[in-house]
Design a protein around this ligand. Sequence first.
Ligand code: COA
Length: 260
Amino acid sequence: MSEHINFRVDGHVAELTLNRPDKLHALNVDMLHAMTEHVQEVDRNHEVRVLVITSTGDRSFCCGADIIEWAAMSPVEMWRVWIKTGSSLMNSIRALAIPVIASMNGLALGGGLELALAADIRIATTTTRVGMPEAKLGIIPGWGGTQVLKQVIGPSRTKQLIFTGEIIPAAKAGSWGLINEVVEPEEIEQRIASMAEAIAANAPIAVQATKALVDAESSRHDGPHLEGIAGALTQFTEDASAGVEAFKNKQRTNPAFHGR
Ligand code: COA
């Protein structure tokens, strides 16, 4: 566990909070491990219907991977530990059946923007600015950034952001479809709470099925998601009852299936 990650569940809403304000919430390996464990906890807890990812303070949502930590790694450590741990965290957030909201209260840069991109909904404030400054450091966004950003804002704007490393204001990111809503800084907490409550009050299976279906084309997890839905649907067909009944009766030939 990490002293820089807070986690709580309140009713049907879980909240994962980055708490490393002196480093603008830069992510180190301990934080990645702690977040992964909490995401797994959320996945197991069927009472949780929404996950909110946020950070303390209002200066930064997350300024990316801890440059000092990764710069000291060997290429093999970078590959086996850093890229793998970060990517699998982003993938596990994306693979959650429940909706995930990023509350982007401040700067979201590099891995911080990749973290926000792992969420389904991104809410920002008028002071939020976003960017992918990796090329300024001689590297590339390594936690799925190039691929996911392209799905959200298209290839041309993705290239613009990464080629230039420019940091753009929330209003522009909103007009590009990168941010769902931009609110005043003093309003974000209330807006996130009301959105999370609205989602949590709706039928969870309908919400989760919608997430799986909307993500089906783009998500690497579409197979398991669709399989889950298809499995649950087929189990309750007349045909499945007939098939199970035939098995119980030790009938070795197929029963008549009617497509119902
Ligand atoms: N990794 C490690 N430390 C980071 C960090 C990161 N990604 N982003 C910020 N910090 C640290 C700074 O080193 C500084 O620590 P210090 O007080 O011990 O020196 C602290 O956070 C505050 O940042 P500072 O640079 O002093 O604030 P600023 O307002 O002058 O600049 C930024 C803010 C975001 C422009 C600048 O911190 C920055 O460029 N950060 C790196 C962003 C980035 O490239 N992210 C992608 C990483 S792969």
